[in-house]
Design a binder for this molecule. Structure first.
Ligand SMILES: [Zn+2]
Length: 271
């Protein structure tokens, strides 16, 4: 196993890798390369699994018989399984608590339905021998009802939000997710979210070089919860988060005006 660095939130950045949109029927040529990278560097990522995917954008191929065994092996090696929605059908039309996308799966859906979806999703993942421990909302779509339903079913850790440290908010622990590509940081906790269905070989190579240079700084959800002090999200924290979200929308607006910046927009549009 790789050694841990002596960590202080003030003097060293930490990174969490998060891989979204995982389903047994996915069309994701990058997935084997990501698995190899995880094994090579003993990474302990968040694996965002769609329990019952109906979204054709993620692929509706014949199920890969190695998918669930591979996830179980990765979980045994320290990965944290994330509940990535239920069917990934983003037909809701409201902004949620992290207002990056109006179209998402859960926001505004009646709480009883959200609770049913979450229960069914957890049952599917547990039926495959996994232990989902964190919520990974499709397109950042969670509202207060989502959080209540998650807590009702035993999930109180959220991978989302803009901050440089984990925090408490609405009776949940939020592990922020702010990056869609590897970027060097001087301090703080940074979750890099990737989508294997859209990753190019060049992006995989870029990730591989980044991980090789920073492997000791990659952490895991259990370590984050153990090592980082937690406090309630403050008014200042909310200002910082809101300004980050505003910058995100301005970047997307610029990319619409300037088509040549399409790549940047794509990298910041989490599904
Ligand atoms: Zn997704």
């Amino acid at each position: 196993m790789r050694s841990r660095v002596s960590f202080s939130p003030q003097n060293s950045a930490q990174y969490l890798l998060r891989i979204d949109d995982l389903t047994p029927c996915m069309n994701a040529p990058a997935w084997p390369a990501l698995c190899a990278l995880i094994r090579r560097h003993h990474l302990q990522p968040i694996l965002g699994v769609v329990p019952d995917n109906h979204d054709p954008a993620l692929g509706l191929d014949a199920p890969d018989p190695q998918f669930w065994p591979a996830l179980r092996a990765l979980e045994d090696s320290g990965a944290t399984i994330g509940l990535h929605g239920y069917r990934h059908l983003c037909s809701a039309r409201d902004f949620g608590l992290v207002p990056l996308h109006r179209r998402n799966e859960f926001v505004g859906v009646p709480e009883a339905t959200q609770s049913e979806w979450i229960a069914a999703g957890l049952q599917i993942l547990r039926g495959h021998g996994l232990d989902p421990a964190i919520w990974v909302a499709p397109r950042h779509g969670s509202d207060r009802a989502t959080l209540r339903a998650l807590r009702e079913h035993g999930i109180a850790t959220i991978s989302d939000g803009f901050a440089a440290r984990p925090y408490r908010h609405l009776d949940c622990t939020w592990i922020p997710q702010q990056l869609w590509q590897p970027l060097e940081k001087t301090h703080g906790l940074w979750t890099i979210c990737l989508h294997p269905s859209t990753l190019t070989p060049a992006q995989i190579a870029e990730l591989g070089a980044f991980v090789a240079a920073h492997s000791a700084q990659f952490t895991s959800v259990p370590r984050v919860l153990e090592e980082w002090p937690l406090s309630e999200q403050s008014f200042r924290d909310r200002l910082v988060a809101n300004s980050a979200i505003l910058r995100h929308h301005l970047r997307r607006l610029r990319s619409l005006i300037q088509p040549r910046r399409v790549c940047e927009s794509r990298s910041s549009s989490s599904q």
